[in-house]
Design a protein around this ligand. Structure first.
Ligand SMILES: C[C@@](CO)(OP(=O)(O)O)[C@H](O)COP(=O)(O)OP(=O)(O)OC[C@H]1O[C@@H](n2ccc(N)nc2=O)[C@H](O)[C@@H]1O
Ligand SMILES: Nc1ncnc2c1ncn2[C@@H]1O[C@H](COP(=O)(O)OP(=O)(O)O)[C@@H](O)[C@H]1O
Length: 306
């Protein structure tokens, strides 16, 4: 059930002799999402808690004399300049003035347009990976600044971990203390457009908002149950109104024994926290009967390893 989601290549199988490197692009879930206002450029000022999970893509980088070449093990992603991994490579090469190219191969596991920041994770992994491959000496802040020009979630994805994200998502306050917990994810068979959800949010009356300060305290105390029971995402009613199946999955998660369940980001993926593997795996089997994209993952904090 819980398949090891990082590539085995990380553990010594990496063919370093061929100059390849592997970066693990981990997904995130939102433990809360609040909108504080709208900025002049139309972006929303947010206050949200982001948590890295171990559902991940592999990003394999190989040096090339010039040009960016991209391949992927699935057929549904663009392989040109509209891919965030491609754009990240282009940005780093231009910014550093490096007269080199790169071959990028993606092993895709994170569902797309799901509220899990899969594209942002890939972009962040390319930035980290190129820094390593060509020893560019970019510090974390530089990597995050570059990342921000690709998407609001990219600065967080450069490090992962657990953080309160403010501004448009780029002002990060890292939190320590939250342990490794079972997270079950289920995505209905539809993708959600983030701009469409934010736009619709502006016309929607808000019913409940998260108590971010209380959630921060619970995270620092590793009180998973409190977090699970008090998570709030103000975008959830918006996406649920567009796609009622989101509400259905949330109810199913709770019915199957989750301590709490919520939609991640702009959706439509719903995740639930479970204290016990047994219960989580039973819920996995039940949800698998109705949905193709169901994943059992764990919260993780690879920032501490970087
Ligand atoms: C909703 C969240 C929550 O973590 O995640 P996802 O659902 O995408 O995973 C993020 O705020 C999404 O971040 P990300 O997907 O990186 O956003 P971007 O590519 O920068 O922006 C896509 C579009 O979303 C809207 N947007 C994004 C971020 C923000 N703070 N306010 C906005 O209004 C803008 O219309 C923007 O053009
Ligand atoms: N490497 C990538 N992985 C996933 N999606 C990508 C990638 N590059 C570009 N995209 C595009 O970005 C959009 C958002 O995808 P994704 O980052 O998975 O969404 P979300 O942030 O909601 O989880 C999709 O329309 C997808 O086609």
């Amino acid at each position: 059930m819980y398949v090891y989601l990082y590539s085995k290549a990380e553990f010594g199988v990496t063919p370093l002799e061929h100059n390849k490197i592997i970066e693990i692009a981990t997904a995130k879930v939102n433990l809360s999402l609040d909108v504080l206002g709208v900025l002049e450029n139309g972006y929303h000022e947010v206050e949200m808690i982001l948590q890295e999970i171990d559902l991940a893509d592999d990003i394999i980088l190989e040096p090339r004399d010039s040009g960016i070449a991209l391949s992927c093990d699935v057929g549904y992603l663009p392989l040109d300049a509209s891919n965030l991994a491609w754009r990240a490579a282009d940005l780093v090469l231009k910014e550093t003035g490096l007269e080199k190219g790169v071959q990028i191969s993606i092993v895709k596991r994170i569902p797309v347009a799901a509220g899990l920041a899969g594209g942002s994770a890939d972009a962040a992994a390319v930035i980290r990976g190129l820094n390593r491959l060509y020893q560019l000496g970019m510090d974390l802040e530089t990597q995050q600044r570059l990342g921000l020009s690709l998407g609001a979630d990219v600065p967080f994805c450069v490090t992962g971990g657990c953080a309160v994200a403010r501004g448009i998502g780029e002002k990060l306050e890292y939190l320590e203390g939250f342990g490794s917990h079972w997270v079950l994810l289920a995505k209905p068979n539809l993708g959600v457009s983030t701009p469409a959800v934010y736009q619709r949010y502006d016309q929607t009356e808000i019913v409940g908002r998260p108590d971010t300060a209380a959630l921060i305290r619970a995270i620092q105390a590793d009180d998973m149950r409190y977090v699970a029971e008090h998570m709030v995402n103000v975008l959830e009613p918006v996406t649920t109104q567009m796609h009622p199946i989101v509400g259905k999955i949330r109810r199913q998660m709770l019915q199957y024994g989750a301590d709490g369940a919520m939609m991640s980001g702009s959706g439509p993926t719903v995740f639930g926290f479970f204290r016990q593997y047994g219960r989580a795996s039973k819920a996995y089997k039940n949800l698998k009967k109705s949905y193709a994209q169901v994943y059992l993952a764990r919260t993780t904090n690879r920032r501490l390893e970087r």
